[in-house]
Design a protein. Structure first.
Length: 261
């Protein structure tokens, strides 16, 4: 993936960098705290059979941090503006980690342009009594081990972390700004999840250390009618560690919606 792959859209007063590929049902994928590095695995997982939009969140990927960006809800409202300005309808909204939190906040506010919601190892809620990893207190080596069950992937990601430049450092600062306190969740979000009025798929890794499978179960229990898929031999990034199983779960979900339309 190189810089020439990206295009730019103007959303109100903010320039948004994004990748677009394929034709078919529209998918909007929101990356996690790993930043723009999380787009390539998603790009491969969704393939060409969807019209896939993969934006880089404002403040990530070397972009300027907007004056309006203070919390995750701000990003949710921003992406709702994107859908409205682009007149997108029937969107399959997918979010991983931080992106899952943003996606849930969007769906709580307005489902009118959505066909479905998919939450992948999503932040955003707190499950009492379930230990999680405080990512802000871990070294890069520890985080690589925490994130990925596959030691080979962990080693590659650690190598990338060792080459950290100003962009990745800034992305960590933006993530801290958005998720520092309280850690990785909005204490008010869970009470409004009943407002999500579109079919919802929850995808979780059976070996997720960052947010254990109990979090996937909590999302499943909190979102009306949600369907939970737990992938074996998988950590916190299903689209990276189990791309085929992730793609199959998503394709089956979308196909079932089309069959029942």
């Amino acid at each position: 993936m190189n810089g020439n792959d990206f295009s730019t859209l103007q959303v109100r007063d903010t320039s948004l960098s994004l990748l677009r590929q394929g034709e078919g049902p529209t998918v909007l994928f929101l990356h996690g705290a790993e930043g723009a590095a999380g787009l390539e695995p998603a790009r491969e997982a969704f393939g060409k059979q969807y019209s896939t939009w993969l934006p880089v969140h404002p403040g990530y990927g070397g972009s300027t941090l907007p004056a309006w960006l203070d919390n995750v809800a701000d990003l949710a409202n921003f992406y709702l503006d994107l859908l409205a300005l682009q007149q997108l309808q029937g969107v399959h909204l997918v979010g991983h980690d931080l992106g899952g939190w943003i996606a849930a906040e969007m769906a709580v506010r307005d489902c009118s342009r959505l066909a479905s919601l998919t939450l992948v190892s999503a932040q955003g809620i707190h499950v009492q009594g379930v230990p999680t990893v405080d990512v802000f207190l871990r070294t890069d080596a520890q985080l690589a081990q925490d994130n990925y069950r596959d030691a080979g992937i962990a080693a590659r990601m650690l190598e990338l972390a060792a080459q950290a430049d100003e962009v990745s450092i800034k992305e960590k600062e933006v993530t801290a700004r958005l998720t520092w306190s309280p850690r990785g969740h909005d204490p008010h979000l869970a009470k409004w999840l009943h407002r999500i009025a579109v079919p919802t798929l929850v995808v979780w890794g059976a070996d997720d250390r960052i947010l254990p499978p109990a979090y996937g179960e909590a999302w499943h229990d909190s979102v009306p009618g949600a369907h939970l898929v737990t992938l074996p031999d998988c950590g916190h990034a299903p689209q990276m560690e189990q791309p085929r199983a992730f793609a199959q779960a998503f394709d089956t979900f979308v196909s079932s919606l089309e069959a029942n339309a």
